[in-house]
Design a protein around this ligand. Sequence first.
Ligand code: SAH
Length: 204
Amino acid sequence: MVDTQLRRRGIRDERVLRAMGEIPREEFVPAELRVMSYRDDPVPLGHGQTISQPYMTALMAQELELTGAETVLEVGAGSGYAAAVLGALARVVISIDIVPAMAQLARENLRRTARDANVTVLEGDGSLGCAGWAPFDAISVAAGAPDVPAALLDQLRDPGRMVIPVGPREDQELRVVRKAGGRVESRISTLCRFVPLRGGEGWS
Ligand code: SAH
């Protein structure tokens, strides 16, 4: 997976490549779908949700340019896999999911793989961020938003970076939003397709 799906497609951050080589993705995939663990595809998690394709998880982590010192917010814990990857790259990760069963699944998977030391999973509407832990050096949103939620932009530190899929329900662009010196800039990293972000600043 690391060589054929990530390195070959331009993932260059060695810390991301190492983390994804070390974290057992099969432990985050539903038992009956284990054969899909290292495929170049998203994997269904139930409740209409999916674990992103490995390349997308790697690209999002790479775009955040983490050094190991950051406090990171992930919106959309799902299986907990991306949270585990972010946990290997940053100091602290808060991952929030609006579906209680998903938060529970992420917590169990992170505990079983001993990746929970610096990763905390919360239940709640992450489209409103997580004010109690803000500001965040980096924010990764794992569900497609109609626009960049104002609360997330507010809770992003200066300097800070956010990756977020933005666009219509079915097709989005992965935006990399950078806050620095009081200014906010954004660029498009790639086209993508995520499940919809729900909640107050998501899709109703
Ligand atoms: N990062 C996950 C995949 C996330 S799938 C992984 O690696 O497995 C998207 C997740 O976003 C789903 O679990 C869904 O319940 C969650 N979600 C959707 N809207 C949300 C919101 N407003 N706040 C928090 N989580 C949300």
